[in-house]
Ligand binder design. Structure first.
Ligand code: C2E
Ligand code: CA
Ligand code: CA
Length: 769
């Protein structure tokens, strides 16, 4: 509740209630107290009145006694305040000192007392009656018999009220706090006569006490005397009332004030509490929000930590965690696991040609398709790397299940992918391994799958390969091959064979392609596919390339001298794309050409599309620079990769080597022939010279010649041979001669297990560059 919302009424209501209650209760108390006080005062006043009346009565009794005593005395005493009186009211001669008083009393007496009643009341009291400034009271007693006729003579004693009061010590009895009055009620007149009073006004509701006449001396006059007493301050003393009311008001005010103050404090406290509660609530809500945000953040961090951002699939870390967990769970229990590594073929190429977005999209779509295949309970599909997925499938063992799953993974890719504006078919290689119960480490399992994958990549027969322990040796081989390759150049184990390129229109050899061989001391002669990728990975491709170019240039110089003057020929060198990253390759080539006095047109370089596409800008720049040295360039293996027209035009090629343009297998021959023809025409129309590669038969050679392809290369003409034999070809040996004199064209046996060359055949050119 806010302070604003506290209504003034509600703020005042408790105080007003307290005010009303306390005022009403207090007023009642004050009223009762005043009443009680008045009652007490009245009782006290009545006591005082009684005592005063008693005192007055005693004085009256004394007066009557004085009168009676005087009446019985002989001789009759005379004195100041007594006199003798006849029954008719005349005064006897014995005379009072104050004759006026005596006369007044006697006449009053005569007036008030009828003669008939005189004898009935021998003694009587009279008064008070006024004489001058005094009020007198008199008592008469009949004179004793014998002194005079009894009924006719009286002795009267009198006194004035002041004296009587003084003798009665009324001042002492009354004290300073009471007013008094001596009054007589006259029932006939219905009014009171006041004889003496301490106040000028009649006393309001006084405490009254009748004054009784002494025995035998009734009051002669009508009406009884009464003594009235009233406290000076009244029955309800204003001061007490005022102080009570004041106290009440003070208490009321205090209580009201306290209540109001308490109410306000309480309300302020409530408001403050409300505020605190609201602040606490909002702090709590804030905290709640922060906790939720933190949790969401933690979740997204966790998600990011364990997921691939593009495909949304679990990542390598997650996969390894899961694999590790499953392996630990499976330990000692039966329950086989299959682990598949799936590698999308040519992914790099797709990235380079269609862009990384298309590459990512391909992985997303491929991931979705694999997920459908890997729907078994507990399966985990993860993105393993750039173009690889890893799949963990529980509960399968080597055999039919694994085979069918591997094939399903391949089938999932059969339908072409729609990537932005492109429709693309892709294939994948799968390496897999299965684990039965028993201790295994996740790293070892993945290494097995990886070994199987690398075998799958190298072989043509099947797209998937299951790991066998024998493969471990292959991989170990690759590692030791790399070590051996480092010293191969020094040990002069590399050599070049040359495969002639012939004129299909009947002419002889026009040139030769240099093909690399490694005479491995243990493995025998190895072909480039066995060691080139190792050389590329090990950073040995640049020295090997330089060595090849130097070797070829020197050979060209040698051949020029040995061939008839004016014979034109060329030697072509295969350039790996990685070799193009040698920034001084063009300078090196130019220097060699100068050094060996080789005309640049005698040297040509062959490059495959795939290598160029992975680094278009860099490759193009280096190719331009090479070409500016005067050497010509050949696009190798056209027809096997993308065979993209764009690339033909992007790079400064002069020749196109069409790979296996014709395969003579019956039905499809016609289609293949028309495709080969189209490629030949395409090359020609772009101003490039086509060379048909891997020509293996006469029919192919003839068909190519018919199509207008000028040059050919292949085992039909001549397999890769030693330099000397290649020279023979150049100097006039034709395919026809070759078949006529096969001994002259002895094919260099590639696959001899070991080949130890005679020491003399190793020239200084075989050494390191
Ligand atoms: P490539 O440039 O396409 O070379 C032609 C390959 O086809 C050679 O295999 C050759 O022996 C083979 N061949 C030629 N005619 C026939 C035929 O009628 N039938 C069959 N079945 N095969 C034939 P090789 O020598 O094993 O070379 C393989 C690849 O290695 C070459 O393919 C080339 O790309 C690469 N290469 C060879 N030498 C070098 C080199 O010095 N440097 C670089 N960077 N790569 C090289
Ligand atoms: Ca080649
Ligand atoms: Ca080729």
């Amino acid at each position: 509740m806010s302070l604003k919302r506290i209504q003034p009424r509600s703020r005042w209501l408790p105080a007003l209630l307290v005010l009303a209650t306390v005022a009403a209760g207090g007023a009642r108390l004050v009223f009762l107290s005043v009443q009680e006080h008045a009652d007490q005062a009245r009782r006290a006043a009545e006591g005082v009145a009684a005592r005063c009346a008693n005192a007055i009565e005693s004085q009256l009794a004394a007066l009557t006694t004085a009168a009676a005593r005087a009446a019985s005395a002989r001789p009759l005493p005379t004195g100041q305040d007594r006199f003798e009186m006849g029954s008719d009211g005349h005064l006897a001669a014995s005379g009072a000192s104050n004759a006026a008083n005596a006369r007044a009393i006697a006449s009053e007496w005569a007036a008030t007392t009828p003669a008939s009643s005189i004898s009935a009341t021998p003694g009587a009291l009279l008064g008070p009656l006024r004489e001058g400034s005094e009020w007198l009271v008199a008592a008469r007693a009949p004179l004793a018999a014998g002194a005079a006729p009894a009924a006719a003579r009286w002795m009267v004693a009198y006194t004035d009220l002041d004296r009587l009061f003084a003798q009665a010590q009324l001042a002492r009895l009354l004290g300073p706090t009471y007013d008094f009055a001596l009054a007589q009620h006259d029932p006939g007149a219905g009014a009171r006569r006041i004889f003496l009073s301490s106040q000028t006004q009649p006393l309001g509701s006084p405490a009254t006490r009748l004054i009784r006449a002494p025995a035998g001396f009734p009051f002669a006059s009508h009406g009884a005397l009464e003594f009235q007493v009233r406290p000076r301050v009244g029955w309800y003393p204003t001061r007490t009332l005022a102080s009570d009311v004041g106290l009440l008001a003070l208490v009321t005010w205090l209580l009201t004030f306290i209540t109001h103050d308490l109410t306000q404090r309480t309300q302020r406290l409530q408001a403050a509490l409300g505020g605190s509660r609201r602040r606490l609530q909002s702090a709590h809500q804030q905290l709640q929000r922060e906790i939720e945000q933190r949790q969401a953040l933690q979740q997204s961090v966790d998600h990011a930590r364990y997921h691939d951002p593009f495909t949304g699939l679990p990542n390598r870390r997650y996969f390894m965690d899961q694999l590790d967990r499953r392996l630990r769970l499976a330990r000692g229990r039966s329950g086989d696991l299959g682990v598949f590594l799936i590698d999308i073929d040519r992914f790099e190429l797709i990235n380079e040609t269609l862009g990384h977005t298309a590459g990512d999209e391909l992985m997303v779509q491929a991931g979705r398709r694999f997920q459908k295949v890997a729907s078994a309970e507990g399966s985990v599909l993860a993105r393993w790397g750039g173009d690889q997925f890893a799949l963990l499938v529980p509960g399968i063992s080597a055999g039919e299940t694994v085979r069918s799953l591997a094939e399903e993974l391949q089938t999932a890719l059969q339908e072409p992918f729609d990537l932005r504006r492109h429709r693309l078919s892709v294939t994948a290689r799968v390496g897999l391994t299965t684990i039965d119960a028993g201790p295994h480490r996740a790293e070892d399992v993945m290494r097995e799958a990886d070994v199987a994958l690398s075998v799958a990549k190298r072989q043509e027969a099947s797209n998937w390969v299951a790991y066998t322990p024998a493969m471990g040796g292959d991989v170990a081989n690759m590692v030791s091959l790399e070590a051996d390759l480092h010293v191969a150049l020094e040990r002069r184990e590399l050599k070049l064979l040359y495969q002639p390129i012939v004129d299909l229109q009947g002419g002889g050899a026009v040139g030769a392609e240099a093909l690399l061989r490694w005479r491995h001391p243990v493995e025998g002669v190895l072909r480039p596919d066995r060691f080139l990728s190792i050389a590329e990975d090990a950073g040995l491709i640049v020295p090997i390339t330089r060595w090849t170019v130097r070797r070829v240039c020197r050979l060209a110089g040698e051949w020029r001298q040995r061939l008839p003057a004016g014979t034109s020929f060329f030697l072509s060198v295969n350039l790996s794309a990685v070799a193009l990253r040698d920034p001084e390759l063009d300078d090196y080539v130019a220097e060699l050409l100068r050094e060996t006095a080789t005309p640049p047109e005698m040297l040509k370089f062959e490059l495959t599309e795939g290598g160029l596409i992975s680094n278009v800008a860099g490759a193009r720049e280096m190719l331009e620079r090479l070409r500016s040295t005067g050497v010509q360039l050949m696009l190798d293996d056209f027809g096997t990769g993308y065979s993209s027209l764009n690339y033909l035009q992007l790079f400064p090629f002069d020749y196109v080597k069409i790979d296996r343009p014709l395969v003579s297998d019956g039905d499809s021959q016609r289609g293949v022939a028309s495709l080969a023809s189209a490629m030949v025409q395409l090359a020609s129309s772009l101003g490039l010279t086509p060379i048909a590669e891997v020509v293996e038969s006469q029919a192919t050679a003839d068909a190519l010649a018919e199509m207008g392809c000028h040059f050919g290369q292949g085992n039909f003409f001549c397999a890769p041979v030693e330099a000397e034999e290649a020279l023979n070809c150049l100097s006039g040996g034709t395919p026809a001669e070759r078949s006529a004199h096969p001994e002259a064209y002895t094919q260099w046996e590639d696959d001899s297990p070991t080949l130890v060359l005679p020491a003399g055949s190793i020239t200084e050119e075989n050494g390191p560059p």
